[in-house]
Design a protein around this ligand. Structure first.
Ligand code: 0GY
Length: 305
């Protein structure tokens, strides 16, 4: 049996999240979450940049039910490299209630692609965050896109705001839909109407098939988590950024918990309070329904609509 010691300053996920005050609409989808191992069953990748705590599919589904969600999109995390077996095991265990996003290398076989599709994978993730992965040659990524296009998959992209200028032309040349993680990680100490976030919105405007996850206030926030007297002010500096995206692109936004919150060392969010963040960024029930149900269903379960 392989055992793993998690990175020492890594925080465990919240063991007893509160029940959200905000009741999500029926059929809500958590479109950004991960499973980690368990390492003894699904060993972490030798090339990983961090070793997480275990976070199993059963624990993910228990959280889903506790928060009032119906479905998940399980995103392959870098600690598992291109071995998608923990993620696909979660998809199979979900009874059709989870879709997945894989990590692929260019030489992926047709048999593997078919198997991933049958398990529920609907996209591949390109990660450009330097502390998480070594850079992949753009030609490798183009080769992967060529392989997934026939399956109708999309590309989930993770980058940080300062890298958008260099990536923009490459990303816009990818001939399948794009889903951008965490609003392209803006620096929320800056102005939500300033040039950096304008550049991101301008990128979203460049094509009608670019989607955005308005996720990770806990990761982006400088103002920080809720004070002891309640969650009203939690992550307040992220609100104007997320609202801008939700209000300009109501049909192209997605939401997720990011459970079990990789690489958080400052504080670990209460997932119930994260759900309570939703009405602050999607102010009407119509926007909330699009964000949590209509949009993810259109992208991940088009046959059920
Ligand atoms: C981060 C955030 C994430 C890390 C990963 O694949 C990963 O390791 O996704 C996240 O959940 O989006 O910045 O460390």
């Amino acid at each position: 049996m392989t055992t793993f010691e998690k990175t020492p300053d890594w925080l465990d996920w919240h063991a007893a999240p509160s029940r959200p005050r905000f009741q999500v609409p029926r059929g809500a989808v958590d479109t950004h979450c991960h499973v980690f191992g368990p390492g003894a069953r699904f060993p972490f990748a030798p090339e990983r940049k961090y070793t997480p705590c275990d976070a199993s599919a059963e624990q993910l589904f228990a959280l889903r039910d506790h928060l009032g969600f119906t479905r998940n999109v399980v995103v392959q995390a870098t600690c598992h490299g291109a071995d998608n077996s923990a993620m696909t095991d979660a998809l199979r265990a979900s009874g059709g209630l989870a879709r997945g996003i894989a990590t692929l290398r260019p030489g992926v076989s047709d048999a593997e692609l078919r198997e991933l599709h049958d398990a529920g994978v609907r996209g591949v993730r390109f990660n450009f965050v330097k502390r998480l992965v070594d850079a992949a040659p753009q030609q490798d990524l183009r080769d992967v896109v060529e392989r997934i296009a026939p399956y109708g998959w999309h590309v989930v992209v993770y980058f940080e705001a300062p890298d958008l200028a260099d990536l923009r032309d490459f990303l816009l040349s990818i001939p399948v839909p794009l889903v951008i993680d965490h609003m392209g990680r803006p620096d929320v100490a800056k102005d939500a109407h300033g040039p950096e976030f304008e550049a991101f919105l301008d990128f979203m405007r460049a094509r009608p098939d670019i989607w955005c996850k308005v996720t990770c206030p806990e990761r982006l926030s400088v103002s920080g988590p809720p004070a002891l007297d309640g969650q009203r002010d939690a992550y307040r500096d992220v609100v104007p950024f997320a609202r801008r995206v939700v209000e300009e692109f109501p049909d192209r936004v997605l939401w997720g918990t990011d459970w079990p919150h990789p690489n958080l060392t400052g504080h670990m969010p209460d997932d119930g309070l994260l759900v309570d963040f939703v009405p602050r960024i999607a102010a009407t029930s119509e926007l909330q329904h699009k964000l949590l149900v209509d949009n993810p269903m259109r992208l991940y379960w088009p046959d059920l609509r």
